[in-house]
Ligand binder design. Structure first.
Ligand code: URA
Length: 436
């Protein structure tokens, strides 16, 4: 087989066979297919899509590019959650400790920033010393002892996603249903879990900006999970504005700590509790979503989730004292205010634009392997529906460069201001299960 022929076939809207897909993924992981050829194939898939049969084969080949972990040494249901990516989405950092505090095992294989969105691993690495690389034995040991561990895909587990994820990030090939579905499901299934809750985002800060596309992605994710015997449920959730009030790695860790101290934004708290509730029911902890929600709210309120977060940080080599002293997190040199030029109500916030501002400050990668500046980002002072007077501060940019006029202008333009407050959007748009 020749990679150039497979690229040409996808370019011309043809279909790849299972054998060709297996060969291609195997050769790519073995470094016998170069990134430039794989980039061309990814772009052809981006434009021309894949059939359901191709997508299933792609996900399967990526899943079997490495080991599928055997978690039988850990008692009970092993469950995880994954988001399709959004702006200000720090939910995993709070949700994993909530589940850990309730004794539910969450072996989490997460991602880094992708496209214009941030990533759980980059956020955790804003905590001094936090290590997301771990041997499989240590990963299993940590989950067995303390219920939660959060690591990166690696050479052993989901190596194909490890390479393709980094390549898609810098080749503008992220927003593709087959590529997102196979990326997420290959790494999640290879972690050896029994059940999975997916947070499929839709809106201006999501890869699937239209609800119908988010629904198609959710269906694809649930179908792949079910085909591999993983109980999978997808929640379609609102990403029409950033989640919470912070964007940027260190700032989002600080907001995580605020939520764990019951001082965080309501949307972040509520989405965490809703996702935790579905996970608790699927893990068999309780029968009803309402009872599960009260269990999750309790551990947030009484500090047990905060203790579990400290334990997670300590287990992974990080400085857990940041939880009591968030001022120890990396801080940018300058605070630059973005002021409103008109009065009224915030009618919309283009979350993607704010994500791009954060990336350009140094919070995201322009090329594979770029080092990040964890200290930079934005704090929002106004969210959709808030009244604004001309001259009010809409957001504060945390930057290590003083002259960022173009970014200030981009951030200001991300806020739409109108005469009337818009209707409030629900946080949860739908819940999809295999039989729906
Ligand atoms: N999360 C992933 O792991 N992969 C994607 O492609 C998008 C979100």
């Amino acid at each position: 087989m020749r990679m150039v022929d497979l690229i040409a076939r996808k370019r011309d809207r043809g279909e790849l066979t299972k054998e060709e897909i297996n060969w291609m993924i195997g050769e790519y992981v073995a470094e016998r297919i170069p990134d430039y050829q794989m980039s061309a194939l990814l772009m052809a898939i981006y434009f021309n899509g894949m059939t359901n049969t191709e997508m299933a084969a792609f996900a399967d080949a990526m899943l079997h590019s490495g080991a599928v972990l055997d978690l039988s040494a850990i008692d009970g249901v092993k469950i995880d959650k994954h988001s399709t990516g959004g702006i200000g989405d720090k939910i995993s950092l709070i949700l994993a400790p909530v589940m850990g505090a309730l004794g539910v095992s969450v072996p989490m294989i997460s991602g880094r920033g992708l496209g214009f969105t941030g990533g759980t691993l980059d956020k955790l690495e804003a905590i001094p010393g936090f290590n997301v690389e771990m041997t499989t034995d240590n990963f299993i040991k940590q989950v067995k002892e303390h219920h939660i561990a959060i690591i990166a895909a690696n050479k052993e587990v989901a190596p194909a996603d490890c390479k393709l994820y980094a390549l898609r990030d810098v080749t503008a090939t992220v927003e593709s249903i087959p590529l997102i579905a196979s990326s997420i499901m290959s790494k999640k299934i290879s972690s050896g879990i029994n059940a999975l809750v997916l947070d499929v985002k839709t809106g201006s800060g999501a890869f699937m900006q239209k609800e119908e596309d988010a629904r198609a992605l959710a269906k694809a994710l649930v179908a792949i999970g079910s085909a591999h015997g993983v109980k999978t449920r997808a929640l379609i959730t609102d990403m029409s504005q950033p989640l919470g009030v912070t964007i940027g790695n260190s700032l989002e860790v600080a907001e995580t700590i605020a939520v764990l101290n019951n001082r965080g934004p309501k949307d972040v708290h509520d989405l965490t509790v809703i996702l935790a509730s579905h996970m608790l029911v699927m893990a068999g902890k309780t029968d009803s979503i309402e009872a599960a929600a009260s269990l999750a709210s309790d551990v947030l309120r009484d500090g047990r989730a905060k203790r579990a977060f400290k334990q997670l940080i300590a287990d992974q080599g990080g400085d857990a004292s940041v939880v009591d002293q968030p001022q120890k997190l990396p801080r940018a040199k300058y605070r630059i205010h973005v002021k409103a030029e008109a009065g009224g109500y915030v009618t919309a916030i283009n979350a993607k634009e704010l994500g791009l501002v954060s990336m350009q400050l140094g919070g995201g990668r322009k090329q594979a392997g770029d080092a990040l500046d964890h200290s930079v980002g934005l704090v929002l002072h106004k969210k959709v529906g808030t009244p604004v007077t001309s001259g009010d501060t809409l957001a504060t940019i945390h930057s290590n460069t003083k002259q960022i006029d173009a970014l200030v202008r981009d951030a200001r333009n991300a806020f739409a201001i109108g005469a009337e407050a818009p209707e409030k959007k629900p946080l949860i748009i739908d819940v999809l299960e295999p039989d729906k």
